[in-house]
Design a binder for this molecule. Sequence first.
Ligand code: FES
Length: 787
Amino acid sequence: MPKNTDHTNDIATPVGVCPFAHGAMSSIPKDPHGCPVSSEADAFDPFSPTYQADPADVLRWSREREPVFYSPKLGYWVVTRYEDVKAVFRDNTLFSPANALEKITPFSSEAEAVLKRYNYGMARTLVNEDEPAHLERRRALMFSFSPEELMHHEPMVRRLTREYVDRFVNKGKADLVNEMLWEIPLTVALHFLGVPEEDMGKLREYSIAHTVNTWGRPTPEQQLKVADSVGKFWNYAGKVLERMREDPSGHGWMKYAIRRQKELPDVITDSYLHSMMMAGIVAAHETTAHATANALRLLLEDINTWNRICQDPSLIPQAVEECLRHSGSIVAWRRVALEETEIGGVKIPKGGKLLIVNSSANHDQSYFEDADSIDIFRDNASEHLSFGYGSHQCLGKNLARMEMCIFLEELTRRLPHMRLSPNQEFKYLPNIAFRGPENLFVEWDVNLNPERTKPEILDTRQAVKIGAPAKDAIFREVVIDQIRHEAKGVVGLTLKNKDGGDFPRWSPGAHIDLLLGDFSRKYSLCGDNRRRDTLEIAVLKEEEGRGGSKYIHDNLKPGDQLRIKGPKNNFRLDESANRYILIAGGIGITPILTMADRLAEVGKDYCLHYAGSDRSSMALLGKVQQDHAGHFECYPKSEGKRANLQAIVSEADADTRIYVCGPDRMIEVLEELCESLPENVLHFEHFAAKHEAYDTSKDTAFDLVLANSGMVVSVQPGQTALNALRAAGVEVESDCEEGLCGNCEVEVLEGEIDHRDNVLARSEKAENKRMVTCCSRAKTQAIKIAL
Ligand code: FES
């Protein structure tokens, strides 16, 4: 029998009781409440209407200034930044999901008595059980979520969507939530589970009661009603299960689970099945209904994007993914720390309860460029945390994606002229976990319905692919507007969107990937980032390079069309310091200049040091001289001037940030010179990957031991650790796959790393704790990683 270590009673600080050891913290500045809880943290109320309407916006202050804070109102530690939220999701041994379904508002004894009358006994299910039970059951029950199995549901989703739209297409208005988005996912959920499609109205009431019961703040009077509905839901789930047991043959996840129970009675128990039945009905439909309503609202508010997907429905999967990132239906989830630990530099006590806010993480500007905007060409949108992350990631995510794609396909094809009804107020059911409007009113002119003149559109279909859209297939089409001589050997390219629209906002240090035939190259953006209609890059012709810059210099001309990815930013400017040293070598001036522009704009103390072989080959020199006079030092080698790096960084302290982009040697020297400074002082970006410098012919095989599951993945010579993990079905994110961005990094617990990346600092490499899986290897026969 799988053993769960039950952590539900690992008591954290009770609500309203300050968790800080005041006597020991006399040196920490106090706020008016007498403890280190800031006034913003003290005021945080996840049930407030403003938070319910836009949680990511309400938590902006936290992402920017206090990314992990204690909420006295909630009795939880709130985690809001992308990397921290993801790290908590990833570590399912330190952070238990045991409290994921715990009532956030404890019930009165009267309400508890009501539940007792119904013998309510919700046990641990896939979302809130610990290892090893969780993985054992997950493996036993995964079959129904395989792409082949999910494809069985496509015809039904299409048929239902067609029928529901038929009902209102000629009416000219609809409440999409009540007339379509709630019922179709519920029907699909029941079909998926193998539950008969009856009592739909009751199930909606039960679902809402379950949400309020677990994640809401019902009044004592409401608690009695909620308890009654939850009790009835429990009994209903039990009866359906009994009926199913009589004949568990055929399609349906619960029927499959009943059959598996016969093979694995100790793994899949009776109480487990009963609980899964109830949780499954809620999990499989409410989240999809909310996510689609959020997506439609978002797209109809951004009419250019809506029109774009109406014209080109092949963009729908990436629109769905971006909407899931921007406005997914799962706002936050919960964990409990099993040991004292630190998150984002904040000490969390053993038993500390965590509210990890997915929706805030998805708007983290340090991870998603122009995070608050919707950008359907964002190629890392699928890295959102709306489905969670790691071993507890939502099992039904691909069913939800498929439904959302089909809903959008049908609506964009049949009602492209649909608009949000004006002056509607969006209301949300107050709770900490799920978010979607209770109504979504839309209207349109029925005389313009395309099917009236072109009935054949009803029969067109987009092929549905299971899963998130492949990153490789997401790109922007641009046109070269201008090519100009920027300096000796350097050309400047101005790019415009092929359709004439605006580009997303980008931040200093950002780059784009230029896709040129079968290869891609990264170029830092160097224009004015307040201009949205163009992007500018400068390209140095590298005779000894890999061929990308030569191709650009020798072949491209104004009017040519190109594909690009981004903008993205792996070299982000930390604006919180008081003093800045910017150092550029040669073409490294491109990201550095955008940083200088920003620092000048916000009035920071900065100095830009620019070294090159001679003035005629130093790109953008005129602009630097003009815009940064008084903050600028120039070092043309031809004039005998050399940057004395030691002197330049000698005054740097913890409140200084040094940004450098230039040749490898320059960066290596600066890394040595800054060794004694705190690690957040020096930031650098290399021109390009350098793993051709390694002799890969001597690569040997090694093993990756996955700490969470004990799985062993062999990495063969010539194969990257990243590809070996993927081939074994382990999801690891990546972006550049050249050792430049750090996206594919994993934490190393044992073994010695052969670092080959350009992203970790020397000190980080020496620590031997992080491995960049797209290029680095092992010096030891095996490496244990935190996956
Ligand atoms: Fe960019 Fe590995 S994917 S460093």
